[in-house]
Design a protein around this ligand. Structure first.
Ligand code: GRF
Length: 197
């Protein structure tokens, strides 16, 4: 199965997928990696692995809709079975969502519906919760609101800082992403209302 991965940053989740895909039994291949900005380590990781890359910056387009169209067409040109947002810091528009219905997924560093948005670990720490974690979900038009595919929890330790908690979450998050994407490409999945099975 064909994966297109979108990144904005360090791309450690992308790297986990690239590594998993080296095993033919995994059943997937990262066919392209896209970014919304120049100079990300994620794109560099892809280049090192010999994977085609592309960058579409919102500011290079007259408006958000034109950006959305360009991104949609570029991603579609790789004919992905699954599009994975892995630390991609943009909300895709209706055009993109309509083109990949139920096939555009995102990994977020909180146990949704708690702490959506940019600062999941920091908000978990500030709220004093004892369990934090990561959520893999199918993107819809909202911010971190789509149907949930998988969740994993990690403990919040008394001496955690945002950095230590973020790292603990990310380790579990990468394992979850690899396991869930592998299961999805091998077994398929169904979205029924807000539930994914
Ligand atoms: C992940 O923890 C994701 O949940 C958050 O940003 C992080 C991306 O990390 N939105 P990386 O770029 O895959 O290392």
């Amino acid at each position: 199965k064909r994966l297109v991965v979108l990144v904005s940053g360090s791309g450690s989740n992308l790297q986990a997928l690239i590594d998993a895909c080296t095993d033919p039994a995994y059943g997937a291949e990262v066919v392209a990696v896209g970014a919304d900005r120049e100079g990300t380590f994620g794109v560099e990781r892809a280049q090192q692995a010999g994977i085609p890359t592309f960058v579409h910056r919102v500011k290079d387009y007259p408006d958000r809709d034109a950006w959305d169209r360009a991104l949609t067409e570029e991603v579609a040109s790789y004919e992905p079975d699954l599009v994975v947002s892995a630390g991609f810091l943009k909300l895709c528009g209706p055009r993109f969502l309509d083109r990949f219905p139920g096939r555009y997924i995102n990994t977020h560093n909180s146990l949704l519906p708690a702490f959506p948005g940019m600062n999941g670990p920091g908000e978990a720490l500030a709220a004093g919760v004892k369990l934090a974690g990561a959520t893999l979900f199918i993107c819809d038009a909202g911010v971190d609101t789509g149907p949930i595919i998988a969740q994993c929890a990690v403990p919040v330790e008394d001496d955690d800082t945002v950095e230590t908690l973020t790292e603990r979450i990310k380790e579990a998050e990468r394992a979850q992403l690899v396991a869930s994407v592998g299961r999805m490409v091998r077994d398929g999945w169904k979205v029924e209302g807000h539930r994914v099975r």
